[in-house]
Design a protein around this ligand. Structure first.
Ligand code: ADP
Ligand code: XUL
Length: 540
């Protein structure tokens, strides 16, 4: 029986999943998470983010990600699993975040000493101690400059899969170059979180995969290689600072002597790491076109596989490279779980009473746009919650308004993918909440399923490891690899309530009108809101 390890370094935590495969026997034998804030409090993060005063700036510590990887590998080594059978390891990481390394990096990573902790040894390899992460929205100016330099947003979107986005790595690199030319000059290598951690595992400077590299505004989606015009538009001498892009199934090395000496792990193959969303695509079983997954993690995302790239040229959708060699469409929402936590805490609720509030309150109350933080979709640079409709409503109505707004925004802003959404695979921490999933079913008019493994990004990484290790050709049979791990659980199916869905089909117009008004693009939505509120039926 061969074991495959998938790691996921997400915004708030690191997770490991180990799967065992022998012929038709396939099982998950380990699933373990550690939260950055709790396990590594000396970095002072809140929800994985370093302290900040400007809401547009969001950074984290690359040293913390490395230390968390070390702690997790120690935990795996102590798990009692027969790790001599570990055949391959791959990983997933929060997308877009960048790690800036100086000239000592390559030597240090190649000569890590198994008798000393990892963090102590890499402390001085950084040309920048903090890494900007996906929650950062401070690069509007750099987005505009890059867009203009390559010939406009249509050109950039068609070529790279996305128009310029503040959190994407290219604009972040440009800002660093402008703000700290010396720091940029002292940077020999810029990694994504994924390729940085793959380097630490394999003990050499590892390449990037197209899934994560397409979140940079720097990769040519068609050739899956760097696009020189975008590199030139971003910062001078950038090409030399970037690693290669290789197919997602590439074996980039083996677990380095550090891991072998320190934890007695074998020289298992290390497969290129990817972004959390491309890994989740595999971990939710979406290796064919037609269905979508909704991930309710720190960010909320909607995504699905695409055979051919259909680019959202003016909206907020992205096309990334999928680990299968196809493409994936994705829309990301920043005010996801942390907005739900905020409303929960402000109202003095826990998840149980939050769910009860949701269950006991019909739709059709106020419309609340939950932009606690700058929002990615739709683009809201200056945060602030906007309210429409009746005021002085009950706490329950606020919970209903929040979840309704989140689901309607997802439904509205995923239309560009051109997929008829009648089945949704739900994943991420909040997918444990059946009341939220029922609202998703009612708004989308789709059946919603839970998956047997909640950590779909880590599972996807483990499955990518199994796929890469087992197939001589990159084009192995994905259906065969994912079998037994990613099927939705039939008994968890939530069907849409027909009357509620009919109501939401109208109510989403109200939501859209409120959004347009809040963004300064539409008239006062109150008359429409009043007109439709008259149609609110008794849903009990
Ligand atoms: P990430 O991978 O981005 O770090 P996760 O997918 O692990 O995030 O999800 C973490 C989030 O899940 C937490 O921030 C929390 O708000 C949310 N969560 C956990 N349990 C519940 C629940 N029962 N109801 C709603 N949200 C939940
Ligand atoms: C996707 C995105 C987030 C991060 C963190 O574009 O920004 O989903 O990958 O999970």
């Amino acid at each position: 029986m061969a074991l495959y390890l998938g790691l996921d370094s997400s915004t708030q935590s690191v997770t490991a999943v180990v799967i065992a495969i022998e012929g038709d026997t396939r099982q998950m034998v380990l699933e373990s998470s550690l939260s950055f804030d709790e396990a590594l409090p000396h970095y002072g993060t809140a929800h994985g983010v370093l302290p900040r005063t400007d809401p547009r700036i969001a950074t984290s510590s690359p040293l913390m990600w490395a230390e968390a990887l070390d702690v997790m590998m120690a935990r795996i080594a102590r798990s009692g699993l027969e790790l001599g059978r570990l055949a391959a390891v791959s990983g997933s990481a929060q997308q877009h975040g960048s790690v800036y390394l100086n000239s000592s990096w390559v030597d240090v990573v190649q000569t890590l000493d198994g008798s000393r902790p990892l963090a102590d040894q890499i402390r001085n390899v950084f040309a920048r101690d903090e890494s900007p992460i996906w929650m950062d929205s401070s690069t509007a100016e750099e987005c505009a400059e890059i867009t203009a330099a390559v010939g406009g947003e249509h050109v950039l979107a068609r070529r790279t899969g996305s128009r310029a986005f503040e959190r994407f790595t290219g604009p972040q690199i440009r800002r660093f170059f402008k703000q700290s030319p010396e720091g940029y000059g002292a940077t020999d290598r810029i990694h994504l979180v994924s390729s940085f951690l793959a380097s630490l595992l394999s003990g050499h400077d590892a390449p990037l995969d197209p899934g994560d590299a397409s979140g940079m505004n720097l990769m040519d989606l068609a050739s899956r290689d760097w696009w020189p015009e975008a590199l030139d538009a971003t910062a001078p001498g950038l090409h030399a600072k970037l690693a290669r892009i290789v197919p997602s199934s590439t074996v980039v090395g083996t677990l380095s002597p550090y891991w072998q000496q320190r934890y007695g792990l074998p020289a298992a193959k290390v497969i290129a790491w990817s972004g959390d969303n491309p890994c989740s695509l595999i971990g939710t079983g979406l290796v064919k076109e037609g269905r979508v997954a909704v991930s309710l993690g720190t960010s909320d995302t909607v995504f699905g596989l695409m055979r051919e790239p259909r680019v959202d040229v003016t909206g907020t959708g992205h096309v990334f490279g999928a680990p299968t060699g196809d493409y994936m469409g994705l829309t990301c929402f920043q005010n996801g779980s942390l907005a739900r936590e905020r409303v929960r805490d402000d109202l003095g609720l826990n998840w149980k009473s939050f769910s009860q509030a949701l269950d006991s309150t019909p739709p059709g109350g106020p419309v609340v746009l939950p932009w606690f933080e700058p929002e990615i979709t739709p683009a809201v640079p200056v945060p602030g919650v906007r309210r429409y409709g009746v005021s002085g409503t009950s706490p329950e109505a606020n919970v209903r308004a929040l979840v309704d707004a989140q689901m309607m925004s997802m439904a509205l802003h995923s239309q560009w993918m051109g997929v008829r959404i009648d089945t949704i695979h739900a994943t991420g921490g909040a997918a444990a909440n059946r009341s939220i999933l029922q609202t998703m079913a009612d708004v989308f008019g789709a059946d919603v399923y839970e998956l047997s493994v909640g950590n779909s990004a880590a599972l996807g990484a483990a499955l990518r490891a199994a796929h890469a290790e087992s197939s001589a050709e990159p084009a192995g049979d994905w259906e065969d690899v994912i079998r037994g791990f990613t099927e939705p659980i039939a008994r968890t199916r939530l069907e849409p309530d027909r009357r509620r869905h009919a109501f939401y089909r109208d109510w989403i117009r109200v939501y859209g009108a409120c959004e347009a008004h809040a963004l300064g693009r539409g008239p006062d939505p109150e008359p429409l809101l009043e007109q439709l509120r008259g149609r609110v039926t008794d849903f009990s």
